[in-house]
Design a protein around this ligand. Sequence first.
Ligand SMILES: [Zn+2]
Length: 143
Amino acid sequence: MCTRNISHSIPELQEVYLKAGLKFKERNPNIQIILLCVYRSPEEQNRLYSYPYDKKDNNSNGVIDEKSEKVTNARGGQSPHNYLPSFAYDITFKDSSGKYIWNNISLYKEYRDICRSINSNVDWLGKIGDYGHIQLINWRSKI
Ligand SMILES: [Zn+2]
């Protein structure tokens, strides 16, 4: 499990999260920002990493240990989420009817641009399935 408490991230990201939230809301009053993940322990990260090899049916499709169970390339300590305070946070969006908006890339890009305008040391991965990942550039040099 991930924590969903922004105070588990470094102060720079807490500031970005708060300010970007306000700016984004001004432009998109009907869209809610949902904080999905701030800190994930190294143990939990290793558990996720092992999904395709752990002899369990992690995606509940009746097949044990297949490629599609892969959810991460990172082992414990290799993700910026694995440090407390965390060097990353993940968000997604909900529309006014409460439905999640997972794949609207232009919304994620708008959010990213707002974050960068607040702190140019903030980066975004923009990978399919991980659009809402905001992290500190050069976080590895801080550990
Ligand atoms: Zn992330």
